[in-house]
Design a protein. Structure first.
Length: 136
């Protein structure tokens, strides 16, 4: 992912903020909920590729699935940027922890926010209560 991708997402968030008819607190919730809608569209496209609905038959191509997955990624980036001013750092830190856990790239005990805790349960509690994750 390139820094310019996050800049573009920031521009999208600013555009959405400027044109929103609802309060910022509601926007945060709706942007997270929007992910469910987008994931549903991925499922619909896969069903369409496989022709699973006998009434409709084959209605989509794998390229449609790819486009819908990209919509999920963009929507998640928008939601994350809405929740924190450091979305790129939060994402990079999370990806590093997933890689460490899944690919054995070393043990990472540093949660979002940079405070080492040593245990996953402690980390989860600290992350959940971290006010730096909340956008004001």
């Amino acid at each position: 992912m390139q820094p310019s991708d996050w800049e573009t997402v920031g521009e999208l968030v600013a555009w959405l903020d400027e044109n929103s008819p609802v309060a910022p607190e509601t926007d945060r919730l709706l942007r997270v909920m929007k992910l469910s809608e987008e994931v549903g569209e991925v499922s619909q496209a896969v069903i369409g590729v496989l022709g699973q609905n006998p009434r409709k038959g084959v209605t989509h191509r794998w390229e449609d699935v790819q486009a819908e997955l990209c919509d999920v990624i963009v929507t998640a980036m928008v939601a994350l940027t809405t929740l924190t001013a450091d979305a790129p750092g939060v994402f990079e830190g999370h990806l590093d922890r997933v890689a460490a856990r899944s690919l054995g790239r070393g043990e990472s005990d540093t949660p979002v926010g940079g405070q080492a805790t040593g245990r996953w349960s402690d980390r989860r509690t600290k992350i959940a209560g971290d006010s730096s994750l909340k956008r004001t």
